[in-house]
Write a protein that binds this ligand. Structure first.
Ligand SMILES: [Zn+2]
Length: 199
């Protein structure tokens, strides 16, 4: 069976749900390296990332979050009523070339379960990236989709949404963050915790 994923990747192999690395895992702090060509390995990564993101009910996932520090992001916001017509996106080597405006909205992250807080981000962005065929594309988006893209690009740079919070606000989440670091969490999707990777 050939499965068509975002941007027309055709793939006839097995799809896997990968464990998501959680807060404290060193790979989340690594700056991901650019992709030089779309190898079979990258295609498999993209397909597995979509499978993993859907399983976790996420709307965006960066490769760091599944333990692969390469500049690959998958996004699918079509479950959200107001964005049901937005096609899933695979962004390889994404770069923000322009951004304007600022707005605040509450964010969460599959790597930081049960922590949510307001983050200020650009309202609209212009983005250059390569799709899964390694074609250069430019995209202008705003609102929620821009926010998701900026959150995921942060991941590729080793930045988490909690890094945008003031020290006072970060303090509110300190206990929970420590729990996550110790692997104390209940989530409905497979995870690799900091304890798993540092032992
Ligand atoms: Zn995240």
């Amino acid at each position: 069976m050939v499965i068509l994923v975002a941007n027309c990747i055709s793939y006839d192999g097995h799809m896997s749900v990968l464990p998501i690395y959680t807060y404290g895992a060193p790979v989340l702090r690594k700056k991901a390296r650019p992709v030089k060509q779309v190898t079979d390995e990258i295609v498999k990564l993209v397909v597995d990332m979509f499978e993993t993101m859907h399983k976790a009910n996420g709307i965006g996932l960066a490769a760091n979050q599944v333990g692969s520090p390469v500049r690959v992001i998958v996004i699918d916001v079509s479950e959200m009523e107001e964005m049901k017509d937005v096609k899933p996106l695979t962004l390889i080597n994404p770069q923000i070339v322009h951004q304007t405006g600022m707005w605040v909205m509450e964010e969460g992250c599959l790597s930081i379960p049960e922590v949510r807080d307001d983050v200020e981000r650009a309202e609209s962005i212009t983005l250059r990236y390569k799709d899964s065929n390694f074609h250069d594309l430019e995209l202008e988006v705003g609102g929620m989709l821009a926010r998701v893209i900026l959150h995921e690009i942060d991941h590729l740079n080793g930045v988490l949404f909690i890094d945008h919070l003031s020290p006072e606000k970060k303090k509110i989440h300190a206990d929970r963050l420590k729990q996550i670091q110790r692997g104390e969490m209940e989530v409905s999707y497979p995870v690799t915790t900091a304890v798993d990777v540092t032992v």
